[in-house]
Design a protein around this ligand. Structure first.
Ligand SMILES: Cc1cc2nc3c(=O)[nH]c(=O)nc-3n(C[C@H](O)[C@H](O)[C@H](O)COP(=O)(O)OP(=O)(O)OC[C@H]3O[C@@H](n4cnc5c(N)ncnc54)[C@H](O)[C@@H]3O)c2cc1C
Length: 416
């Protein structure tokens, strides 16, 4: 069923009785050409582009829980391509371009809102670093604008300019960045993939990977064994656990990242703001809630909930940046499992097991990559070679030392 004004009018006139489920509730078959493990944003987008771009239909997405239960439904919805290294900008910019046409492409309202992402700077050194980053973005085809203090004040007069411990000097603005309704992204891709013949299978946990003579030939699941010619792993925070089923030890640690939302308020924050002197970022959802977050909890965990020290740290960051936030009541907070790679950049590659492919290492920032990641992972699975936009995001960079070290801080799992 195609969504349009006409279909909406028709349903309105007939009491909304004709809406059909958005995707088929498929049961597993005995064999597929391609199995994608993980029904998060990346897994679903991969299946969608495999079907749409390469005409492949005999595909299953296996999700241990329900669609949208992982990070795709837990993130703070920010999209941007404001990276420093060409290797990252090329992927995230591809993704941003896909976001720009996504709703028309998959015929679903994902509320893509290019409301601008502003990274604040608070020192001369930070300004120079942002100027460099902005130049790199422009050289790689992304948009960026360096604002001075008055430029920031015009956009966000309520920030703490005058009595701040770290006075705001300016900011790096990416106007094409913004927010997207995260659940709708999962649903839109699930629907688009299912319409093209992909089986989206929920409540189907992969418990083992069958390997014969160095080739992956299928998976064991909570709903029985399923054979496959190719298997793509897209399980985000569970990457190390699932890859271990194929005897792999990944350069990834799983950490908890929390997010917070306030009660609904009238519109106060038009775009996305990140604090440059602490780990805090904020935007406002279309329902009016202030959506904000900060740093990871800082210990390895597979629990999708966090602890109080980070709640305090994030709220302190918020108060330092915009003291008015102290008057808003926090409605709820939650945690997700992020797959922190050792150089802060993702991994999209084949593995040492033939027919087994890996999509992982998204750290804090894989939501914005969802369309791009799906697009390039589909290319890798279909053609057996990396897409040009991701041909440096390979696993063996950790072996050779050619890491994609976005922050220039060396190997540690606290980068994004
Ligand atoms: C609090 C928070 C805020 C964030 N904010 C942002 C942001 O603003 N912008 C941004 O770009 N990124 C953000 N991120 C990161 C982003 O959400 C993730 O990097 C991205 O969603 C990960 O990809 P995914 O959607 O495929 O993951 P997921 O949705 O987690 O998908 C992985 C799926 O694999 C399934 N799975 C795991 N093991 C198995 C198994 N054995 N068998 C079958 N299925 C399995 C899981 O159930 C899960 O549904 C945030 C993350 C968190 C937690």
């Amino acid at each position: 069923m195609r969504y349009s004004l006409t279909s909406l009018l028709k349903q309105t006139l007939t009491g909304h009785k004709g809406w059909t489920p958005q995707w088929r509730d498929a049961a597993p078959k005995a064999e597929y050409d391609i199995i994608i493990v993980g029904g998060g944003g990346h897994g679903l987008a991969t299946a969608y582009y495999l079907a749409k771009e390469y005409g492949l239909r005999n595909i299953a997405v296996l999700e241990k829980s329900w669609i949208g239960s992982g990070n795709i439904g837990r993130n703070t919805t920010i999209i941007r391509s404001n990276y420093l290294l060409s290797e990252n900008i090329s992927l995230y910019e591809l993704s941003l371009k896909l976001w720009e046409g996504l709703e028309q492409d998959f015929n679903y309202n994902a509320m893509v809102s290019q409301r601008g992402v502003l990274n604040l700077y608070h020192s001369d050194g930070q300004r120079d670093a942002y100027a460099r980053r902005g130049n790199m973005m422009r050289l790689n085809g992304a948009d960026s604008e360096l604002l001075d203090r008055e430029g920031v004040r015009k956009l966000y007069p309520f920030l703490n300019f005058d009595a701040a411990r770290f006075p705001i000097q300016g900011g790096l603005l990416q106007k094409r960045g913004g927010t997207v309704r995260h659940d709708a992204v999962a649903w839109g891709y699930a629907r688009g993939a299912s319409d093209r013949g992909v089986d989206v299978i929920q409540n189907c946990e992969v418990t083992g990977i069958d390997i014969v003579d160095g080739r992956a030939v299928g998976v064991q699941t909570s709903r029985g064994a399923i054979r496959a010619k190719k298997i793509g792993l897209a399980v985000a925070g569970s990457s190390s656990r699932v890859a271990a089923m194929a005897g792999m030890r990944l350069p990834i640690e799983s950490h908890v990242l929390q997010a917070f939302v306030s009660e609904g308020l009238k519109p106060v924050i038009p775009g996305v703001i990140t604090f440059g002197a602490g780990h805090f970022y904020i935007s406002q959802s279309d329902k009016g809630g202030l959506v904000f977050g900060g740093d990871i909890d800082g210990y390895n965990s597979y629990a999708q909930r966090g602890n109080l020290p980070v709640v305090e740290d994030v709220c302190e960051g918020g108060m330092a940046l915009m003291p008015a936030i102290g008057r808003a009541r926090m409605l709820r907070n939650w945690g997700g499992l992020v797959d922190m790679s050792m150089d802060g950049s993702p991994i999209i590659d084949r593995t040492h097991v033939k027919g087994l492919y890996l999509n992982a290492g998204w750290c804090y920032g894989g939501f914005k990559a969802t369309p791009g990641s799906g697009f390039v992972f589909a290319h890798l699975l279909a053609k057996d070679e990396p897409h040009p936009a991701a041909n440096r995001l390979l696993l063996d960079r950790f072996l050779s030392g050619h890491i994609v070290d976005e922050k220039g801080q060396g190997a540690q799992p606290n980068l994004h």
